[in-house]
Design a protein around this ligand. Structure first.
Ligand SMILES: C=Cc1c2[nH]c(c1C)Cc1[nH]c(c(CCC(=O)O)c1C)Cc1[nH]c(c(C)c1CCC(=O)O)Cc1[nH]c(c(C)c1C=C)C2
Length: 778
């Protein structure tokens, strides 16, 4: 069932867009308001409803009463008593006529009174006949009529009429309660009709009554309520409310329903204007949210709906806080990242978001001079059996580095190596490229480590042109030499013109990386808060898109809970293999399953430091572990690298004085390593970490074992980073061509890490560019 965290329409008090109000920092997800309709009356506050199970009239009456009780809540509808009033009026009128006639006949002499008595009798018969006909034809099985006025841009009046009857026993089917709903929606005092329709639902009485005849009122309300949740929840379509009914033959868990789904669709449609074009965004991760942000700004006239299969938004950008106890007393509130943890200021699209979402006050930067920015380490068994060695960051450190024999000759000789790119090749693996220019051992030691740190992938499988196009171009600029090419400035302009970055770039100047006080989720949470404040955006969580089809030329989107939508355009921010799985064969796009994806296990560790104890790691960014000379095997530790989070991000931890008492780091495993559960056990990870940190080149902690961690949190991210294999850029061109020229005719756009780049900046950028060719949708 779709569960949405959407707030009421038009709620804009939290809009962090400058000039639109506050610039408050985002509050956690839990702050999101929940519509009153989703509040279930607690069981203890209800009166028990008990009926004779064998009597369907009693069963039906109990359900009718439950409908009335539910719909008459003050926050829902105001009951209209028109039918009762008409029947009462007719009843009283017939009583008066009968009484008047009888009185007249009594007072006046028989012969003289005859005409009037006849007239009275006829009038009485007419009135009671009208009353009966009214009850039968007009009131029918009406259980409830209600009305309300809502305001969203304009006053909208809504009327619903709900009738019910019992479906008798049929074969193996038990007696069932059937509800039919009609609704009318209008504005301008009823002059302009916005929507009109009918819907119905059926459920066996046994679904709500137990063997003793006690009614499960909550269950009944859940069944009847489902669509009303939509008042605060998502629309799926603005065009065709009937679409939202359950798909024939599909079962919504437990009961057939939702009963009032068409009304649900209409409620949203009304508040948004039925004629709006509709853009659906698949995926509520960073790319999906960025797409919604930019599309909602670019197309204020359109309805934008974001579909996310999980409850949580933000994808694998995930910051959490944890209370950690120090064994010597005191606690700290430590921020843990399980996805990306830092950003680079060259990502203009991210700077733009920082500016537009009002996040400047939340930014924390790492100075260029800080060790976290300068010091990086490698763990290469061939160079130092167990420990980590610093990557040289200056000429003197290069000359004294244990890595100099690997670095110096290969880098210094590269400019003198002739052109060696094989004729006619358009792409190759990063490992092949590096081996050609710098030698195979250099490519393995440094190239594979770099690829582990970015793609968690095997550099022998990664496309140089997709992953590091600047190196490929440098080779061309340098007439065969990458080093020479890097010394020649590239012609590519890096203008900020296209980005509304305000003064954020100046604020970042000198900082190699930045993050936020509350971590990377600050961006995704702020995007969600912004989007929730937009009347034309709906975020639909817990809803998996199952099918994306074209039916008679219209886009048809089906969700796993059996609902259908007909958006005018779709932006897919799904991983490409997932997109492949939702497209029917006749619409499948080329190359969606061409690339493998890496899975990473992320283990956040927090260690307490005792007084006077030196840190457990050297100052720096962390270390990477290159591919071993024997390749990837289950025998190895499976570690890709470790990030020293305290070095760059301790400012996220509270209180301030706890920062020197705890050390946080993150160990990453998996990717191309075939890992099993054994690899990710805490004991195993600590054993290797201990060996890496205690025998480091700068002396380590003097051989002391690591303290027992105060916190260890493990997250397995399955298929989280795509590996663009050689030929990827060409394949993407072909896919884009199929999108624009094939049956989709440009109405489907595909964005995200699987398309152009895997960094946070790339994802936000792709959200900025999505559907740039869409105009005049609909
Ligand atoms: C959580 C594991 C991740 C690994 N790679 C990525 C993630 C999220 C994605 C990634 N990491 C980096 C980049 C380049 C960023 C850029 O160019 O702007 C990308 C796309 C670099 C990077 N790698 C690590 C860190 C701390 C950073 C800085 C950016 C960031 O915070 O993500 C460390 C690291 N990441 C991975 C491993 C195995 C690893 C090891 C130390 C995999």
């Amino acid at each position: 069932m779709a569960r949405s965290k959407k707030t009421e329409n038009g709620r804009s008090d939290a809009s962090p867009i400058p000039g639109r109000g506050s610039s408050t920092s985002p509050s956690p997800d839990t702050d999101r308001p929940v519509g009153p309709l989703s509040v279930v009356v607690p069981a203890e506050e209800r009166e028990e409803v008990k009926v004779n199970n064998a009597n369907v009239t009693e069963l039906k009456n109990a359900c009718d009463d439950a409908v009335k009780r539910y719909l008459s809540r003050p926050e829902l509808f105001k009951q209209i008593y028109l039918h009762t009033d008409v029947r009462l009026g007719l009843g009283w009128a017939s009583v008066f006529v009968a009484a008047g006639t009888a009185f007249y006949g009594y007072k006046v002499e028989f012969e003289q009174s005859k005409p009037v008595v006849w007239a009275g009798l006829i009038l009485y018969i007419i009135l009671t006949t009208i009353q009966t006909l009214y009850a039968y034809f007009v009131e029918g099985d009406t259980v409830y009529s209600g009305k309300r006025k809502t305001f969203s841009r304009r006053i909208v009046s809504e009327r619903i009429n709900l009738s019910s009857h019992t479906q008798p026993v049929k074969g193996s089917k038990q007696p069932a309660y059937e509800v039919a709903v009609t609704y009318v929606r209008s504005s301008s005092g009823g002059k302009s009709l916005l929507a009109k329709g009918k819907t119905h639902g059926v459920a066996e009485y046994s679904a709500f009554f137990d063997a003793q005849g006690i009614m499960d009122q909550e269950k009944f309300e859940r069944w009847i309520r489902f669509p009303f949740k939509g008042t605060f929840a998502p629309p799926i379509t603005v065009r065709d409310p009937q679409d939202l009914g359950a798909t024939p033959g599909k079962q919504v868990p437990e009961l057939q329903g939702p009963v009032l789904s068409a009304l649900f669709a209409q409620q949203v449609a009304t508040s948004l204007d039925m004629q709006r074009p509709h853009i659906a965004i698949l995926g509520g991760g960073l790319t999906g949210l960025s797409s919604a942000f930019h599309l909602s700004r670019r197309h204020p006239e359109a309805l934008i709906s974001v579909f996310e299969k999980q409850t949580r938004l933000g994808g694998w950008v995930h910051s959490e806080r944890a209370e950690v106890k120090h064994p010597e007393g005191g606690t700290a509130n430590i921020l843990l990242e399980s996805g990306p943890r830092t950003l680079r200021p060259n990502a203009k699209s991210v700077l733009e978001l920082v500016n537009l979402l009002g996040l400047k006050d939340s930014v924390i930067t790492t100075p260029k001079t800080s060790p976290a920015a300068k010091n990086r380490y490698l763990q290469i068994p061939e160079v130092q059996a167990q420990g980590i060695v610093p990557l040289p960051s200056s000429i003197p450190s290069l000359l004294s580095s244990p890595l100099r024999s690997q670095l110096l000759p290969n880098v210094l000789s590269e400019p003198f190596k002739g052109r060696n790119r094989p004729a006619g090749i358009e792409d190759e693996s990063f490992d092949d490229f590096m081996s050609r220019r710098f030698g195979a051992s250099f490519a393995r030691m440094f190239g594979s480590a770099l690829v582990h740190g970015i793609y968690a992938a095997d550099s022998r499988k990664l496309s140089i042109r997709a992953a590091f196009p600047s190196l490929w171009e440098a080779e061309e600029r340098g007439r065969g030499s990458v080093v020479r090419g890097m010394l020649v400035p590239s012609k590519a302009s890096s203008s900020l013109d296209d980005y509304d970055t305000g003064d954020v770039p100046e604020m970042m100047s000198g900082a190699p990386v930045f993050s936020f006080k509350d971590g990377m989720s600050t961006i995704t949470n702020s995007l969600v808060r912004y989007l929730e404040g937009q009347p034309n955006v709906r975020i639909i969580t817990d809803t998996r898109v199952e099918l994306l089809d074209l039916v008679e030329g219209r886009i048809q989107l089906q969700t796993a809970d059996g609902r259908t939508a007909h958006p005018d355009a779709v932006a897919s921010a799904l991983p490409l293999p997932v997109l492949h799985s939702v497209l029917p064969t006749h619409l499948s796009l080329p190359h969606l399953t061409a690339n493998p994806q890496s899975s990473v296990t992320v283990i956040n560790l927090v260690f307490p430091l005792t007084k006077g104890q030196p840190s457990i790691h050297p100052p720096g960014f962390g270390y990477l572990v290159p591919r071993s000379s024997s390749g990837y095997s289950e025998e190895g530790p499976g570690i890709l690298g470790t990030v020293f989070d305290s070095s760059s991000l301790s400012a996220q931890d509270l209180p301030e004085d706890s920062r020197s008492r705890f050390v946080k780091l993150t160990v990453m495993l998996g990717g191309p390593h075939p890992i099993t559960e054994r690899h990710t056990t805490l004991d195993n990870v600590l054993k290797h970490l201990n060996a890496h940190l205690n025998s480091r080149v700068d002396g380590g902690t003097g051989g002391l074992a690591l303290p027992k961690p105060a916190l260890a949190r493990t997250r397995h991210h399955v298929a989280c980073i795509p590996t663009p294999t050689p030929g990827h850029p060409q394949r993407i061109e072909e896919m884009k061509e199929a999108l624009s020229k094939g049956p989709w005719q440009g109405r489907l756009d595909v964005v995200g890490a699987g398309v152009r780049g895997v960094s946070v900046g790339d994802c936000v950028e792709s959200g900025k560019r999505v559907g740039s060719h869409w105009s005049g949708l609909g």
